[in-house]
Ligand binder design. Structure first.
Ligand code: GYE
Length: 315
C-alpha cells in the first residue's frame, strides 16, 4: 500500500550523483565499446545517474549537449571531443557553473588547462610510433628495408587527437625514411564505408602493383580497405601482398591479424569507464587527481596472437 505524502515534510532529494556524458557519435565498434564501458561503471547501484548524449558526428551538437548538461545542473561532465579545438567557450561555461569536466579518449587543445579537470585516454602519437617501429621490422623481414615503400594513408576524422597523433607518427617516419612515400591520402572519417571507397579509388588511381602498405587509422577503415581489395581481387597480408596497418585491435580485427590479413594492429583501449569512475570518486572525496592518465596499450603482430588470448579480451 502506498504511503500518503505528508505536505509538511520536504521531499528527500535524490542522492544520486549526475554525470553527463557527451560522445561525438557512434562511427565505430570501438566507440560503442567506450560508451558501454562508461555506462557499466556509472550505475544507480553505485550511486550515479548517467545522462548519455550522442553528437551524431558534429561538434556543434556536442556543444549543445554540454550546454544542456550545464542547464540541468549535472555534477560532472565527461566529454570525448570529436576534434581538439573549439571548446574554450563551452568549457568556460562549465567552469563558471562549477561543474568539473573529465575529457576522455581524445584530448582538447585549450587556451587554459584549468578549463578541464582531468584527461583519461590514449597517447596517439605513441600508438603511431608503435605502428611505425613494427612496420620497419616487417619491411626488413620482407627484404624491403631499402626498396621504395609506397603507402596509402587513410586518415581518421581530421583534427581529432586520434588522427593527429597517428598521422604525425607516419609523417615523421616519411621524413626519416627516404624510400617511404605516401602515394595516396584521404580522410576516411574512421568508418568502414569511407575506408572502402578510398582504397578502391587508390587501387584505380595508383594501381595495386604500386602499393606496398595501407596505413589505416582505425579498424573500421581497415575493414573497408580489405573489402575493397577483396572486391578488386588484390592480394594483401602475409603472402607478399599489400600490408595492412591498423589501430584499435578490436577482437574481430585481431582475428584477422592472427590470420595474417592485417599485419600490424596497435591496441587502443576503449575500456576507460573504470578509470573515469575512479577519478570522479576521488573528486567526490575532494582528493587531487592526476591531470593526465594514459591508458596502457600494446601492439600486436600475427605471431603474438592465439584464439584463447583473443577470446579472453573484452573488446
Ligand atoms: O580509434 C576509432 C574511433 O578516438 C581512439 O575513434 C578513438 C578513435 C578510434 O572511432 O575507432
Amino acid at each position: 500500500q502506498e504511503k500518503t505524502v505528508d505536505p509538511y515534510v520536504e521531499e528527500e532529494e535524490s542522492s544520486l550523483i549526475t554525470v553527463g556524458f557527451s560522445q561525438p557519435g557512434a562511427e565505430s565498434a570501438w566507440r560503442v565499446a567506450l560508451t558501454d564501458s562508461v555506462k557499466e561503471n556509472f550505475t544507480e547501484e553505485r550511486g550515479y545517474k548517467l545522462i548519455y548524449k550522442d553528437g551524431r558526428s558534429k561538434q556543434d551538437n556536442q556543444i549543445k549537449d554540454i550546454r544542456t548538461f550545464i542547464q540541468q545542473g549535472v555534477d560532472y561532465i565527461i566529454i570525448s571531443p570529436i576534434v581538439e579545438t573549439g571548446w574554450d567557450t563551452v568549457l568556460s561555461e562549465a567552469k563558471e557553473a562549477g561543474i568539473p569536466v573529465i575529457i576522455c579518449d581524445r584530448n582538447v587543445t585549450v587556451s587554459n588547462e584549468s578549463l578541464y579537470t582531468a584527461f583519461v585516454g590514449s597517447d596517439f602519437k605513441a600508438e603511431g610510433d608503435y605502428a611505425i617501429t613494427n612496420l620497419e621490422i616487417l619491411l626488413a623481414e620482407n627484404g624491403k628495408a631499402d626498396e621504395p615503400v609506397n603507402i596509402v594513408h587513410i586518415q581518421g576524422t581530421l583534427g581529432s587527437s586520434a588522427q593527429l597523433g597517428r598521422t604525425k607518427a607516419l609523417e615523421d617516419a616519411i621524413e626519416t625514411h627516404d624510400n617511404w612515400n605516401i602515394v595516396y591520402q584521404d580522410c576516411g572519417e574512421f568508418t568502414k564505408a569511407k575506408g572502402r571507397e578510398i582504397m578502391s579509388n587508390a587501387l584505380k588511381e595508383v594501381g595495386a602493383g604500386n602499393i606496398d602498405v595501407v596505413y589505416c587509422e582505425n579498424d573500421e577503415e581497415a575493414f573497408g580497405a580489405i573489402a575493397a581489395m577483396n572486391e578488386a581481387g588484390v592480394r594483401y597480408g602475409a603472402e607478399g601482398g599489400i600490408k595492412v596497418v591498423s589501430f584499435d585491435a578490436m577482437n574481430s580485427a585481431l582475428t584477422m591479424c592472427m590470420a595474417g590479413q592485417i599485419s600490424i594492429e596497435v591496441e587502443c583501449n576503449p575500456l576507460q569507464g573504470p578509470y573515469i569512475y575512479n577519478l570522479i570518486n576521488h573528486l567526490e572525496k575532494e582528493k587531487v587527481v592526476p591531470k593526465i592518465t594514459y591508458i596502457h596499450e600494446e601492439c600486436f603482430t600475427s605471431d603474438m596472437l592465439d584464439v584463447d588470448f583473443i577470446a579472453s579480451r573484452k573488446f
